[in-house]
Design a protein. Structure first.
Length: 100
């Protein structure tokens, strides 16, 4: 959510949470340009910012970015899933990028 507010300039940002049979899915929608690759996760040790997606990548069982699928129909979504049986293995996962 913070990344959407800080980096997109989108006037409207939506948050959706979905309880799955084996975990939870969180989706953040914004009105910024359609899904595009996310910036490389290269953060210096002394940096005060830039670790949000690194944390998502480390803790989520799956995550990615895709075109917005909400009523406004424009922009993109960034999502992650945490599953009961998977829970934060510490393995950094490459995001799933869906075609627009």
């Amino acid at each position: 959510m913070t990344n959407a507010v800080t980096h997109t300039g989108s006037p409207t940002i939506d948050l959706e949470t979905v309880v799955l049979h084996d975990g939870v899915r969180v989706v953040v929608y914004d009105d910024h340009a359609a899904a595009e690759p996310l910036a490389a996760l290269d953060v210096s040790r002394d940096s005060e910012h830039g670790r949000g997606l690194l944390l998502v990548q480390a803790l989520a069982d799956d995550w990615g970015v895709g075109p917005a699928a909400h009523p406004r129909g424009k922009g993109k979504n960034v999502w992650f899933e945490i599953r009961r049986d998977g829970g934060g293995t510490g393995i950094y996962r490459t995001p799933t990028i869906l075609d627009t």
